[in-house]
Design a binder for this molecule. Sequence first.
Ligand SMILES: *Cc1c(COP(=O)(O)O)cnc(C)c1O
Length: 400
Amino acid sequence: MSAGENGGRNQKPGTLVRRAALRDGVSRPVVTPIQPSVVYASPSIATLHSQYEGRTHGYTYAREGHPNADLLARKIDMLEGAEGGMILGSGMAAVSATILGILGQGDHIVGGNQLYGRSLRLMHQDLARFGIATSVADPTDVAAIRAALRPETRMILVEVISNPTLRVADMAGIIDLAREVGVIVAVDNTFTTPLAYRPLVAGADITIHSVTKLLAGHSDVTLGYVAARDPAHMRAIYDFAVTVGMTPAPNECWLAERGLYTFPLRFEKAQANAAGLADWLAAHPKVGRVLYPGRSDHPDHAVAAALTKGAFGTMVSFELADTTEAAADRMVQGAPDLPFAPTLGDVGTILSHSASSSHRGLTPEGRAALGISDGFFRVSVGIEELDLLIGDFDAGLAAV
Ligand SMILES: *Cc1c(COP(=O)(O)O)cnc(C)c1O
């Protein structure tokens, strides 16, 4: 086709697939752009060599890393006092990549006995298939953790605050024990958040988050984060996660970044609400028992105060005086403005019933041993005005 025909060669329909740069100007966007590109073009083979060898920074393929994930990871690194952490597609991806990236055949891991449900499933069902032996023990009792150690133990995985009874692990005892015997301590810091506790700063080796919860904070994105003190551990986790494809999507990272900007404000407000709600519930005649680490009647109040320097968190649990499921159901239905859902960390307050959700896999006796009756609720406290919240609980309890 000559230049004269149809206005020239740029009119060839195939030209459409030639990508062009966005128009530049003297101003710049204030908000982080979303970079959806899966592939990144390098200018030469020599440059590509230097990228793969780590001599030059340049993205290659989004499963291996992309700018929106990196930006989010650097912000969480800053909160955690970490370096080089990574974002994964979910909190469970972060837990799984930590264990499967570092441990192998013949190794043994000790987990907390009240870990998040899917982490417990890894302990009880999945890891054995990969030749990794597991034990669970009570992390509030360092002697119990010590008793669970074996010569081949390589990792201890704990959560600082347990679900749903909000027991507080003896972190200082566990970290000292792990140093003594040369075992890695991995901490799922989701409930505590770096505003209450910073595992790496406290001497643990690995910190893990379900970013889905408080960090992103709006229940509209599923993501995880992990950072390790030892670059060799971080490399092992990264390589495993990239190989099995636990990669986060750029859009999700962008949403989580947006949520993260208000995280300290949300945390402060929700925590103040949690303290107020716990005290109000404790004085209510239809409530049998309240669990909040900030209250002096909590079994781990002193441990929590020392560990978190007074940041007792945003979770409150309570048990109705009537511990039947029928009474609990009247509570749920009497407070329709409180979403009844099995999650936490949302801007709004959320009511969960452990016996029918997170702990439904246990027998009634197994739940009783943990102190979870059919009248037991966990509350993820949000940022509403406290009197609004108390009105909802008042209505729910009136229906019981
Ligand atoms: C929710 C949660 C997880 C899992 O996170 P996902 O993002 O849902 O995969 C792990 N640990 C704790 C403590 C959690 O609350």
